[in-house]
Design a protein around this ligand. Structure first.
Ligand code: G16
Ligand code: MG
Length: 214
């Protein structure tokens, strides 16, 4: 194994709660409640796909593509307002140590995130220099579970896909890693991420995984 590709939301930083609050606010304005029980479905999927899920939950149909774009933009404004003040204290536990350990052992590292704000968030957290390559939602066309985001990261690193390990917290992300011919470590619930080669309950535990024995 030569490289580790990190998802952002739920792996490097917990931005999921801000995505959730942004969608919840939008839903409230549209006249329904979007509660936390539906949130798992939003993880790792693109902004537009998330909007479709939110509207489905609210039983709302009939918006034109143009109207949907405006709703997605509105949610993104709420999201950007909320993450305006995030800082290094919101980096998930064990991640800086894991990045350091990978560097010392000679692994290359990349970000592979669906979020169009991916690079900006890493910059805010002071982590952008810790990744050899950053691929975020601005550089890809097809959302996870399509492997495009990870394959692009591997290409930019110059490492064959079979020698890359993806770290993911979303089912769509595990599927994307496998579709790209990569191994995957899941962070979270074994029942949701069970397809991954290894599932750990939190990011701290990444430091105890033997990457050569996945
Ligand atoms: C993240 C989140 C998703 C979000 C997506 C797009 O993906 O998990 O909930 O919908 O990015 O984000 P944005 O609206 O900022 O472009 P990831 O791949 O980092 O887990
Ligand atoms: Mg994620």
């Amino acid at each position: 194994m030569r490289a580790v590709i990190f998802d952002l939301d739920g792996v490097v930083v917990n931005t999921a709660k801000y995505h959730y609050l942004g969608w919840k606010k939008l839903a409230k304005e549209l006249g329904f409640d979007f509660d936390i029980s539906h949130n798992e479905r939003l993880k790792g999927v693109s902004r537009m796909e998330s909007l479709n899920i939110v509207l489905e939950v609210g039983g709302i149909t009939g918006y034109s593509e143009e109207e949907k774009q405006k709703l997605a933009d509105r949610k993104n404004r709420y999201y950007l307002e909320m993450i305006e003040s995030i800082d290094g204290s919101e980096i998930l536990p064990g991640i800086p140590e894991f990045l350091e350990k990978l560097k010392n052992k000679g692994y290359q590292t990349a970000l592979g995130s669906a979020s169009k704000s991916g690079r900006m968030i890493l910059e805010k957290l002071g982590l952008d220099s810790k990744f050899d390559v950053i691929v975020d939602g601005n550089l890809v066309e097809r959302p996870k579970p399509d492997p495009e985001v990870f394959v692009k990261a591997a290409q930019l690193l110059g490492v064959p896909c079979e020698e890359c390990i993806v770290v993911e917290d979303a089912q769509a992300g595990v599927q994307a890693a496998h579709a790209g011919g990569m191994k995957c470590i899941g962070i979270g619930d074994e029942r949701i991420l069970g397809e991954a080669e290894k599932v750990v309950s939190d990011t701290e535990e990444l430091n105890r995984v033997d990457l050569e024995r996945l």
